[in-house]
Write a protein that binds this ligand. Structure first.
Ligand code: NIG
Ligand code: FE
Length: 390
């Protein structure tokens, strides 16, 4: 593989001890960052690209996305905007569409969404199952998702499958038994929706424990719709992340601050369900590691745009632009327990985004504007030549 010098970087956000480097350059070699520093001390490389004073940031890490589904729920969104409340029950309409879809349709949907992710600067993303809710449909969702990412998550415990409406214990037994056996070979993570209308604390503990026995690592949908046991369950299980964290009490915040569990905030969900946003300041001020992710799904947050989520985090959750950028890069990397992404230092993955802006503040300052000029993923250019050919 040829080495590439990226020079003329007005501001390089390393998300490391090196901080922001002005008038910077970076060398990529064999999919890794080989050098970062001031442009005037840069080594030579096989080829060189001048980004004309633009800002360069690490590729976004979208640590929470439900991409394995078919159909959409535009009518539900429209009704919600006219006053109908969001509930976990809407998931079941996507379950019907997903079960009815062929493998090729599911694959094409994931491909379309991952293309959107890449074009908007997300170079690592997680994909959850959770819209199949049968052994066959959960396993095929994960098998297809595995074609697109290493971070696949088994979410059989999204809601109780319709066939088990009168027997939730029977559904938990299926999820922790035959379904887990079929899904574990295709997944790295196990997730459970611990909330009103989904699973209670004891059921969530059971699901996570079974997943861990099968070699998966836990993460939890916690405290999205109301206060409850989700965050405590996540921390007890040593989960990499507790996601949503919209309704927290002081014990939840303290538990997160004392643990390695990341609080992953998903402001696209509050935007699209017209709900109060999580209190990001309370978490940051308590010392909790915070990530931002899209929660891309057809019900509560149908966006693949991390820049949009950054703008929401700044405007609606009172994060500074710098905190929001860190949460969308390094925070996501922590939530996926991967230490070679979300930062640009020697040895890290060559995942970089050139912004059509002099400073990443513009991601929130210019909401809704496509500022992604170029994207490299694992050293390979996946968007842009710098001449605005989108
Ligand atoms: O993260 N909260 C649970 N799951 C999704 C919503 C899924 C849906 O409504 O289809 C979420 O918001
Ligand atoms: Fe989610």
């Amino acid at each position: 593989m040829t080495s590439t010098l990226v020079t003329g970087i007005g501001l390089l956000s390393t998300q490391s001890d090196e901080g922001d480097i002005l008038d910077a350059a970076l060398v990529m070699d064999d999919g890794r960052v080989a050098w970062v520093g001031h442009a005037d001390t840069a080594p030579s490389a096989d080829e060189s690209v001048d980004v004309d004073g633009r800002a360069v940031i690490p590729g976004f890490v979208d640590s929470h996305a439900h991409l394995a589904f078919a159909g959409d729920r535009a009518a539900e969104f429209s009704a919600r905007m006219a006053g109908t409340a969001y509930s976990a029950g809407g998931i079941r309409s996507t379950v019907d569409a997903t079960r009815a879809a062929s493998d090729d349709t599911l694959r094409a949907n994931i491909a379309r969404l991952t293309e959107e992710l890449l074009r908007s600067g997300s170079t690592t993303f997680e994909i959850k199952s959770g819209y199949g809710l049968t052994t066959v449909d959960e396993a095929r969702s994960l098998r297809i998702a595995q074609e697109f990412t290493d971070h696949t998550t088994f979410l059989g415990a999204h809601v109780v499958a319709p066939e088990f409406a009168d027997d939730p214990a029977g559904y938990v037994a299926l999820v922790t038994g035959q379904m887990l056996d079929a899904c574990a070979p295709h997944a790295r993570w196990i997730d459970v929706f611990c909330d009103r209308g989904a699973f209670d604390g004891d059921q969530a503990r059971e699901v996570l424990a079974a997943g861990v026995r099968a070699g998966l690592s836990p993460r939890v949908h916690a405290n999205q719709l109301q206060r409850g046991p989700g965050v405590q369950v996540a921390v007890e299980a040593g989960a990499a992340s507790a996601d949503h964290c919209t309704h927290l009490d002081d014990h939840d915040v303290a538990a997160l601050a004392d643990s390695a569990t990341v609080a992953t905030l998903l402001p696209g969900a509050e935007f699209s369900t017209r709900s109060p946003y999580p209190d990001a300041r309370r978490l940051l001020d308590a010392g909790v590691t915070v990530a931002i992710a899209t929660d891309c799904n057809p019900g509560s947050s149908y966006t693949t745009s991390m820049p949009f989520c950054i703008a929401l985090a700044v405007r609606e959750m009172h994060m500074t632009p710098a905190e929001a950028l860190t949460a969308a890069t390094l925070g996501g990397a922590c939530a996926l327990r991967q230490d070679d992404i979300g930062r640009l230092t020697v040895g890290s993955s060559a995942d970089l985004v050139v912004l059509d802006a002099p400073d990443p503040i513009h991601l929130a300052y210019r909401p809704g504007v496509d500022l992604i000029d170029r994207v490299w993923r694992r050293g390979v250019r996946v968007r842009g030549t710098g001449h605005r050919d989108r």
